[in-house]
Ligand binder design. Structure first.
Ligand code: PBG
Length: 326
């Protein structure tokens, strides 16, 4: 008797009926592939703490893009790794030159977002400039500099500006800078619901952007959100929507699926889930040790993000999405 009840195994009994009744469908078209481009290396180098990911040079990046286009991936999030500088004299030339080159070569074949933050540029590794006694972030000076940076990126051809600094007022300042310069079609993908997390570990290793604890201000808790305060994420999202964000990110993904659900229900903008470096690498390490299937592990995580309400997924394994989804 029991096997014929509603909710029984009937709709799971063969592949076809399972396919017909699955409600969450993934498409490689809604994936963004991060790309690291480094000024510090001569040749393309494997990123030791992110399995299967490489750090690229300005010269090696086209080959990677060609291969990614061949796999149906044409949306990228660019992370520059540069010679460390501090204070107002930060130069953004390296990433702007790379953007220009890629855009000259590929035009609208590729969609390029660029992470906008100072942690790759500061010697102390914080996401903003510090005040004089190095005890706190200088919020407004940071925001001004990031807005100038965003303008330079848009001018170099960026399709999307993705501020990840978590200062106050960044999105509004970037929006007015873009408007002032006439870049009305450049989108802003804000890392609005970005939490303090240990799962950024591999990324910080790759980018050498771990905050230095020899200065008074430690960690990133004074700007990134607390996982114990979901309402702070909602306030941050609503404020960024008000300031002119076009897309909203929740990050990390797996430990914040509830936030993805709440944000997607609350706002009418696309929600982007970032499966961050530690979450990615956890699956890679389990797979390397024969404890799960690489493909199955990533697909399960991606399905969870979609099911929770994410429209777009950022994943270091995005370039496998078309093959894996099938
Ligand atoms: C820069 C930035 C970080 C990540 C994306 N942009 C690191 C951080 O905030 O410490 C993390 C990405 C990842 O872990 O995959 N602020």
């Amino acid at each position: 008797m029991a096997q014929y009840e509603i909710g029984s195994r009937r709709l799971r009994s063969n592949r076809q009926v399972r396919e017909l009744t699955n409600e969450v469908l993934l498409s490689h078209r809604q994936f963004i592939q991060p790309l690291f481009v480094s000024e510090l290396i001569e040749n393309k180098t494997p990123a030791e703490s992110l399995a299967g990911v490489c750090l690229h040079t300005a010269t090696s990046i086209p080959d990677q893009i060609d291969r990614d286009l061949g796999n149906g991936i044409d949306k990228f999030l660019l992370f520059p790794i540069v010679k460390k500088q501090e204070s107002e004299k930060i130069s953004f030339d390296f990433v702007c030159d790379v953007l220009k080159k890629v855009k000259d070569a590929y035009g609208n074949q590729v969609w390029l977002a660029t992470d906008v933050c100072l942690c790759a540029y500061t010697t102390h590794g914080h996401c903003g400039l510090l005040n004089e006694d190095r005890s706190a972030i200088a919020n407004d000076r940071t925001v001004k500099l990031l807005a100038r940076y965003a303008g330079l990126l848009a001018d170099a051809g960026a399709d999307c500006i993705a501020p990840s600094d978590k200062m106050d007022g960044t999105v509004g300042a970037i929006r007015s800078q873009l408007n002032d310069l006439g870049f009305f079609d450049t989108t802003i993908l804000s890392y609005s619901a970005k939490f303090t997390s240990s799962f950024y570990g591999p990324f910080r290793d790759v980018c050498d952007s771990r905050p230095d604890d020899s200065i008074v201000l430690q960690g990133r808790e004074s700007y990134q959100l607390s996982g114990a305060s979901p309402s702070s994420a909602i306030r941050s999202v609503l404020s960024d929507v008000e300031q002119g964000a076009d897309m909203i990110m929740v990050k990390p993904a797996m430990t914040y699926l509830d936030i993805i659900r709440t944000v997607s229900a609350k706002i009418d903008l696309p929600v982007v889930a970032y499966h961050v470096s530690g979450e990615y690498q956890a699956i890679e390490l389990l797979a390397q040790n024969g404890l799960l299937g690489r493909k199955e592990g990533h697909l399960e995580a991606w399905t969870a993000m979609k099911r929770s309400g994410a429209d777009v997924i950022i994943s270091y394994a995005a370039r496998n999405a078309r093959n894996w989804i099938g």
